[in-house]
Design a protein around this ligand. Structure first.
Ligand SMILES: Cc1cc2nc3c(=O)[nH]c(=O)nc-3n(C[C@H](O)[C@H](O)[C@H](O)COP(=O)(O)O)c2cc1C
Ligand code: SF4
Ligand code: SF4
Length: 257
């Protein structure tokens, strides 16, 4: 196998990006980080990480996954940080994390797609979403060409003000993420289908008296609220009015595989 691409996703943007990249590369295989038990990249001569930006940095489960993954120094490493317009210092963080282990992140690309962060509103008007998806297709094509040519270069990053201000917030909030699920609740449209339980990568939801209960080991991926077929899950007060989002080419079955 030539290229192994590990992905993490809440609403499919990163999965879609990883798939499109794999289509453009010769002999590439996709592997979800969720539930991956073989924590060695084996014989792959290129290894990629595709994940969403969370709170201006790398999501905790992705940090943990990469730290546990055994990698060879000669392997060509690359990453896609999938975001909604504020990649900030995420890819620099990854480059430094790998450098601490004597590894080199050869290429790091920011891919902008619609926002899934529903507590701050919906994903935006359809025209803007479609424009972002179209632009991301082109970006992924260019990224694939660089990766196929095993090119190296500086990783992409946000402006300095963003990197300073938001990295501080990332550091402050990082440890609080597991308990942020205290703002989830469920309305009367719930029909106890259990999809929220199955889609959660953290095994953070169980049905109690036929309703979801959150167990405070949340990763804030927002899969539960975005994939609930009844739109019965809410976060805080405003989400009943906000549209749900997942990438239009990703279906629930993809998330449950
Ligand atoms: C908890 C959380 C925090 C987020 N923080 C950022 C951020 O700092 N910058 C940004 O551009 N997008 C942010 N987003 C938006 C996602 O990065 C973006 O929608 C991404 O495409 C989602 O990918 P996924 O569908 O693979 O989960 C955040 C989303 C979530 C759920
Ligand atoms: S996915 Fe929605 S409808 Fe199904 S059990 Fe969870 S909250 Fe209820
Ligand atoms: S509870 Fe919801 S937001 Fe938290 S990890 Fe599970 S699916 Fe993601």
């Amino acid at each position: 196998m030539k290229t192994l691409i590990f992905y993490y996703t809440g609403t499919g943007n990163s999965l879609w990006s990883a798939r499109r990249l794999a289509e453009k590369l010769d002999n590439a295989r996709l592997q979800p980080m969720k539930g991956a038990d073989a924590l060695a990249a084996g014989e792959a001569d290129a290894v990629g990480f595709v994940f969403p930006v969370h709170m201006w940095g790398i999501p905790g489960p992705v940090v943990e996954f990469i730290e546990r993954l055994s990698l060879r120094p000669e392997t060509y490493l690359f990453a896609l940080a999938v975001n909604a317009g504020q990649v900030s210092r995420t890819l620099v963080q990854l480059r430094e994390m790998l450098a601490g282990r004597g590894l080199t992140l050869a290429a790091g690309f920011s891919i902008v797609l619609p926002s899934n962060y529903i507590p701050w509103g919906g994903p935006g008007p359809v025209e803007r979403r479609d424009a972002r998806i179209a632009a991301a297709r082109d970006r992924l094509e260019a990224a694939a060409a660089c990766i196929a040519g095993r090119e190296s270069g500086p990783v992409e990053k946000g402006p300095l003000w963003q990197r300073i201000a938001f990295t501080a917030i990332y550091k402050m909030t990082f440890k609080q993420v597991p308990s942020m699920d205290k703002d989830f609740w469920c309305d009367d449209r719930c029909n106890s289908c259990g999809i929220c339980v199955r889609v959660c990568p953290a095994k953070n939801i169980e049905l109690r008296k036929d309703r979801p209960a959150w167990l405070h080991r949340c990763q804030q991926c927002l899969a539960c609220i975005q994939w609930c077929p009844q739109e019965a899950i809410q976060f805080g007060k405003k989400t009943p009015a906000y549209e749900r989002y997942h990438h239009p080419e990703i279906v629930l079955k993809d998330m449950l595989e």
